[in-house]
Design a protein around this ligand. Structure first.
Ligand SMILES: [Zn+2]
Length: 231
């Protein structure tokens, strides 16, 4: 038998259907943000279970990283791209928190990631925050923090250099001077092992410069988690 709240939720859904952020199908009352089929079909990497994987290899010889993993492979035109688009360009903040929680539930059980003590989302430049209204990495970090039970510090570092447009990001990443993109904000924390979080990893240059900046804090360890990775 349906409860009253279940009934009103289904009734509300009839007129204002909640849609899957990946496939746009109507969600049933047990689903939130992404339908079960899309979650099941996401091309997951399982890199959080692999000490040596293609994501951590991107940092070899560049910066010292304990563990690195991405939730899913970035497939153009597929669900993962729709989800990230919804998060970054359609104002769907909830899907960011949801994806963060989804991955956080896996990471908290992964021996490679249990030593992480605090999360640092990759910051956006203030100009980008002004145009988008929020930093998508902060939302992913919020979900990860909730699932993993560790704090997220959104004011630990800041981004000093702005990228002009998102479409130029990969080119920018390839050629940017990795020094001085980020700066420590002077916050003092007790944690020593940070999980750096971004939405997508391509070449890894952004995360590398982020890690170099955090390393200036002294005597820290760093791991990396992203929602998607471009192979
Ligand atoms: Zn779906």
């Amino acid at each position: 038998m349906l409860s009253i709240s279940q009934f009103s939720r289904d009734f509300f859904n009839l007129f204002y259907p909640r849609l899957c952020a990946a496939c746009s199908r109507t969600l049933n009352s047990a689903e939130n943000h992404i339908c079960s089929m899309c979650i099941w079909r996401l091309p997951k990497t399982d890199y959080h279970l692999q000490n040596d994987n293609p994501v951590i290899r991107r940092f070899w010889g560049r910066v010292s990283i304990e563990s690195a993993a991405s939730f899913a492979f970035f497939d153009k035109g597929e669900a993962i791209q729709h989800l990230l688009h919804s998060l970054k360009y359609a104002g769907n903040k909830e899907v960011g928190i949801f994806l963060g929680e989804l991955y956080g539930n896996l990471l908290k059980q992964a021996p490679l990631f249990t030593a992480c003590e605090a999360i640092i989302p990759v910051p956006l430049h203030r100009k980008k925050i002004r145009s988008r209204g929020y930093n998508q990495s902060n939302l992913l970090a919020e979900g990860l923090s909730k699932a993993m039970g560790i704090p997220s510090y959104t004011d630990f570092i800041e981004r000093r250099v702005a990228t002009s447009t998102q479409t130029q990001k990969s080119r920018y990443e390839r050629f940017e001077n990795v020094e001085n993109v980020f700066k420590l904000k002077g916050k003092q924390v007790k944690e020593k092992h940070f999980l750096l979080v971004d939405d997508v990893i391509t070449t890894g240059s952004t995360l590398e410069s982020c890690a170099r900046c955090v390393a200036q804090y002294g005597d820290v360890k760093m791991s990396i988690a992203t929602i998607a990775c471009v192979m």
